[in-house]
Write a protein that binds this ligand. Sequence first.
Ligand SMILES: Nc1ncnc2c1ncn2[C@@H]1O[C@H](COP(=O)(O)OP(=O)(O)O)[C@@H](O)[C@H]1O
Ligand SMILES: [Mg+2]
Length: 292
Amino acid sequence: MSGHPTQGTPLLRIQDLCVSYPTPDGLKEVVRGVDLSVSRGERVALVGESGSGKSVTARSVLRLDSEARTSGRVLIDGQDVLEMNSKEVRRVRGARAGLVFQDPLASLNPVKTVGWQITQPLRIRGMGRREARRRAVDLLGRLGVADPARRFDDYPHQFSGGMRQRVVIAIAVIAEPQVLIADEPTTALDVQVQAQVLELLGELAQEKDMAVLLITHDLGIVAGFAQRVAVMRDGKLVEEGDVDRVYASPRHPYTRALLDAVPRIGDQPGRRLGTAAATADPVSVSPEGEEL
Ligand SMILES: Nc1ncnc2c1ncn2[C@@H]1O[C@H](COP(=O)(O)OP(=O)(O)O)[C@@H](O)[C@H]1O
Ligand SMILES: [Mg+2]
């Protein structure tokens, strides 16, 4: 899983990114000069505790916050997203860069079928209904959704959390983006489903040679997924390097502290770094179990 023959020119290059939000007390800067690149076929993890600026960084790449004041450069395949007009940005979303959010319920439309939502990125690019449906059913099947042709016409509330996140992933990758940003894609899921969903993401990414930025507060899932890791604290990157090097000999005390909080193999699966995973599902047999 580590190393890749075609790594080279970055597909995603974030340069000196600064993001501020207007507050009653003036501008509050929450991302402060981030530099980060991800090449084709490469998987990079962006880690850091809650509130460090990871999601703001992710959202800036696709310009999802209209109130954010942004400076620096966000190059996707050489083109600066921060300089684009809104029509150009819309063309980038889905087709060149896909985004998977943490909370599948919040990112799905409750009144549209999952099939409608998955085929949207293809339909708005002019693909016919039948071909779009065929591809969506295919992808759902690959993502482990049983009886995908029937489930295509179901609504999000008819899916479990784990299955819903597969739908969100399908929406993000159906138009085969070169860059995939996954912001805590498994945090809302229980531990076993987390591993499966990550594996599926990894498989799809590898197959399409995508550049993947995985954002997580959970260092326990990084080593098996990413080749490189960047550690964010208070809006800045404090350390970056190959996963093996960073895990074996972290240079920054903050990285060391994060790593010290990761459970070792053999620890109970319920006891994980952070709060979301630890409190999400205290029962050992998950309600998702029957679907696995
Ligand atoms: N729309 C917004 N307006 C003002 N502040 C925001 C906004 N979005 C995020 N922030 C602030 O930016 C900081 C970083 O948030 P975020 O990127 O979500 O952290 P995380 O690393 O947990 O993903 C937090 O202090 C958060 O409160
Ligand atoms: Mg976040």
